[in-house]
Design a protein around this ligand. Structure first.
Ligand code: UDP
Length: 240
């Protein structure tokens, strides 16, 4: 199994791979029932890891960390170790759902608000009718242990956890041995899949302005985005 070389951005090891090569490896591992932990990390996650060593070591123990966000691509470029392209959580998840539908794979989905996850269930049935949905829960649970026990019973091919960072990665790290398949944190992706939030139009994605679209359509993200300039300054400090 070819594992990818990595590029460190502030100690977080990103895979140096194209999206296509990454997806190929991921699908082989899912079909082979290999336990696989994927993190799609953006600058916010990298900066959080700077001040939370336990979270950083958890990222370092994941099987694959992908560059989710143009800030990571820019950072790697500034460090003279460029990465080929963004690999986002949303795109990876939708590709795997399509593939899983064609291959009759099974999924387990946990995350988002109750009304959102209900719409996710409807969308899965309409868009991916051959996918077996083994479990579906909203993300506002008090205790993940019973959900993990259910995952252990059902052994899904893929588990998608959409409760936001750092919680989703912490839960995956703690419970991933329950089932030998894919475990991936997908942040706000269920909001898009359930059609409660619109993905940025292609124009914004193509011109690396997805962050701008999300900011304009949801100004409360501004506070979260203030971390970006700090991140770029931090990367600059590490440049040689
Ligand atoms: N969420 C959840 N449980 C919680 C807190 C958050 O299920 O206890 C969900 C929230 O409803 C949203 C997602 O986690 O669907 C986080 O989305 P966000 O936009 O913050 O993630 P991003 O994609 O920006 O990382």
């Amino acid at each position: 199994m070819p594992l990818f070389k990595t590029v460190n951005v502030l100690d977080v090891p990103f895979i140096n791979a194209t999206e296509a090569d990454f997806l190929t490896v991921l699908k082989e591992r899912i079909s082979g029932h290999q336990n696989t932990f994927v993190v799609t990390a953006n600058p916010e996650i990298v900066m959080y890891a700077q001040t939370h060593p336990e979270y950083l070591s958890l990222l370092q123990q994941a099987d694959f960390v992908t560059p989710d966000g143009i800030g990571i691509i820019k950072g790697a470029e500034m460090l003279h170790t460029p990465l080929p392209e963004r690999i986002t959580g949303y795109d990876t998840m939708t590709h795997l759902l399509q593939w899983g539908n064609a291959q009759h794979k099974s999924v387990y989905m946990v995350g988002a608000k109750p009304e959102v996850i209900a719409d996710v269930a409807d969308q899965l049935a309409v868009q991916f009718p051959n996918l077996t949905v083994l479990g579906i829960h909203d993300g506002y649970f008090n205790d993940f242990a019973p959900i993990a026990a259910d995952i252990r019973d059902k052994q899904p091919d893929m588990v998608f956890l959409a409760v936001g960072f750092p919680k989703q990665e912490q839960l995956i790290d703690q419970y991933r041995q329950a089932s030998n398949g894919l475990w991936m944190g997908v942040g706000g992706s269920f909001d898009v899949l359930g059609q409660h939030v619109k993905r940025a139009p292609e124009f914004f994605q193509k011109h690396h302005l997805e962050w701008f679209y999300r900011l304009v359509t949801n100004p409360s993200r501004l506070k979260r985005m203030m971390v970006l300039p700090k991140y770029l300054l931090e990367v600059r400090k590490h440049r040689h």
